[in-house]
Design a protein around this ligand. Structure first.
Ligand code: ZN
Ligand code: ZN
Length: 144
């Protein structure tokens, strides 16, 4: 996928206790349909932005953390529950941020769908973006 440079994005949780910024660049943006993202978000799919951990920092508050699989860890607001970030030990220099928690989610365009094998049947996708049954062509998005 294509790297986007010179970005400054800010976001945070529903209640405002936890705020973050993304400064520098990001690698790619896509929807994940895996069952763990579904449960963690309470929504049929979750859109994620992937960036280097050096580009991401919390500017207010501290998130709670949950080890959601052998390799994955999710961060969310301890007060309101908004899911904010995902880390995997399989890509230790990367962090995924939920697009829905950005202040201006329309500043970023999703590029693909991954883990479509687990997509909920009644969710119909009509955006014309590439779909993958697994983690995608570059394999750097193991969001389980
Ligand atoms: Zn909150
Ligand atoms: Zn997922």
């Amino acid at each position: 996928m294509s790297k986007v440079s010179d970005v400054y994005l800010a976001g945070g949780c529903l209640c405002g206790a936890v705020r973050y910024q993304i400064k520098g660049s990001f690698e790619d943006v896509g929807f994940c349909h895996c069952s763990l993202c579904r449960k963690a978000s309470g929504s049929p799919t979750t859109a994620w932005l992937t960036t280097d951990i050096s580009n991401f920092q919390y500017t207010e508050g501290k998130p709670a953390s949950y080890q959601s699989s052998a390799v994955g860890r999710r961060e969310f607001c301890h007060n309101c529950g908004t899911q904010l970030a995902f880390y995997t030990s399989e890509a230790p220099n990367a962090v995924d941020i939920t697009l829905g928690s950005l202040d201006e989610p329309e500043a970023v365009q999703p590029q693909y769908h991954i883990w479509c094998e687990y997509k909920v049947g009644w969710l119909s996708i009509a955006d014309g973006l590439p779909r993958f049954d697994d983690a995608g062509p570059d394999g750097v998005s193991p969001r389980e």
